[in-house]
Design a binder for this molecule. Structure first.
Ligand code: EPU
Length: 419
């Protein structure tokens, strides 16, 4: 298993381009199942999760042509409507094939994903919404089995604005009979990007960017070409890398409007953040001040940047509180940060972080993607060497993070561990 070795203490400086968003790419790839293609997607990041989704689509019978950043999908010969356990358990986003397969082919078997390191993560709202659209749903031998000759438009209020739940219901509604009104939907930029693509495929969707979508079902969707949005979480991670090393880092090719909450909180810590078109420059001006950050659905502070923000707060000159409201156990990085000398106390959903003068490099291990990114940031400022184990988590969602950090002056190397 590969590990990252980080020599801490280097100030990061320079410009770095941000890639396409993983969490936009996964639903866009799944959406190809709704169309008779071809769908041409650009700016596709080279990530383990993307490869898993492409493998799943190929198993379902989609013709996949993957050339660098461009993927062409042709879903006119799909015959299998089953997403097996071995793929779904490695990547929960596989559940995104549920809505499209049911809407287009009338039946689907998708493995239930099971628990996850960051929380129970049920899919009850995906299933309840589809049931409101007329699907018959049963759980059989660990699989969701759903059937509906043709889904019917309905009004449905989501009890929580789940991101992939919104995507699944919205995709299903594009081919339903009649009008579907979805209330309290997720407004994440990745949802809006999916709407842009579906609209290019012939879908009728109103309300993009708001918490209410009105979708008029159509008989068929055709293929379209689409380049996905920038990865706001990769951008945010690199901005925080600039702040924590008291550096001067400019991320380019981003949509600053997607990062408003982070920009504001970084400014509260004393960092200087300047936005210029599709570029954001972050300068650490001194030891960071404190923030009280609360993760919330977009446009609130993203849970996917919580661990990285916590890393910054560990070296603040004050006390900060970070509250995680989206996932019930997304604090696995805390015990590892403590091994590096961080002073953090957990009280339920709250992490109380008393900044320390310095972190010290240690051997640490991560149990989820964003937790790993938080540990990398801590390693950048820790005294001496930090070893991060189990970096396959990192590779699921960051393309060449060490290469990007090194281009800014960090000293991070990937070490192939003897197995
Ligand atoms: N929830 C339910 N019932 C449901 C669906 C969700 O109770 O039917 C709960 C979840 O248990 C959780 C909360 O609602 O407590 C939010 O979950 P959501 O469904 O919004 O998350 P998701 O769609 O499974 C996506 C991203 C995550 C990101 C979250 C929140 C993708 C593929 N994944 O997950 O990304 O953290 O939204 O923004 O888009 C990551 O990239 O590291 C990652 C975990």
């Amino acid at each position: 298993m590969d590990a990252l070795q980080i020599q801490g203490g280097n100030r990061l400086e320079g410009e770095v381009s941000v890639g396409g968003a993983k969490n936009a790419a996964l639903p866009l790839l799944a959406a190809s199942l709704l169309t008779d293609g071809p769908c041409v997607l650009g700016r596709v990041p080279a990530l383990a999760d993307i490869r898993t989704m492409l493998k799943l689509l190929a198993e379902l019978g989609v013709t996949v042509d993957h050339q660098g950043r461009r993927v062409t999908l042709q879903a006119d010969g799909v015959i299998h409507c089953e997403a097996p356990y071995d793929l779904v358990k490695t990547m929960r986003a596989s559940i995104l094939v549920l809505g499209p397969l049911l809407a287009r082919f009338g039946e689907v078997r998708v493995s239930l994903p099971g628990g996850c390191a960051i929380g129970a993560r049920p899919i009850d709202l995906h299933l309840d919404g589809l049931a409101h659209m007329g699907a018959e749903i049963a759980i059989e031998h660990g699989y969701v089995v759903a059937r509906a000759k043709r889904l019917k438009g309905c009004r449905y209020y989501l009890k929580f604005p789940t991101v992939t739940g919104t995507m699944n219901l919205m995709m299903a509604a594009t081919l339903a009979d009649g009008v579907t009104v979805l209330e309290n939907v997720a407004c994440e930029p990745e949802v809006t990007d999916l709407i842009t693509f579906l609209t290019a495929c012939g879908a009728q969707i109103e309300g993009a960017g708001s918490d209410r979508l009105v979708i008029e079902g159509v008989a068929r969707l055709h293929g379209a070409q689409h380049d996905m949005i920038a990865d706001r979480i990769e951008a945010g991670t690199l901005m925080l890398a600039g702040a924590i090393t008291l550096g001067d880092v400019t991320v380019t090719d981003v949509v600053p409007a997607h990062l408003e909450a982070l920009i504001q909180q970084l400014r509260e810590t004393g960092a200087q953040v300047d936005v210029d078109g599709d570029r954001i420059r972050t300068r650490g001006t001194g030891r960071p001040g404190s923030v009280d950050a609360r993760t919330l659905p977009h446009p609130g502070f993203p849970t996917d940047l919580q661990a990285q923000m916590m890393a910054l707060m560990t070296v603040s000159d004050r006390v900060s509180i970070i509250t995680e409201t989206i996932f019930e156990s997304r604090f696995t990085h805390v015990a590892e940060l403590q091994r590096m000398g961080a002073d953090i106390r957990l009280e339920g959903q709250n992490a109380i972080i008393r900044g320390v003068d310095r972190l010290s490099g240690a051997e640490v291990m991560a149990t989820d993607l964003r937790a790993s990114a938080g540990l990398v940031l801590a390693g950048l400022v820790a005294d001496g060497e930090t070893w991060i184990r189990r970096i396959y988590h990192l590779d699921r969602g960051y393309e060449q993070l060490e290469g990007k950090l090194n281009s800014l002056g960090a000293k991070v190397s990937r070490v192939k561990a003897a197995s």
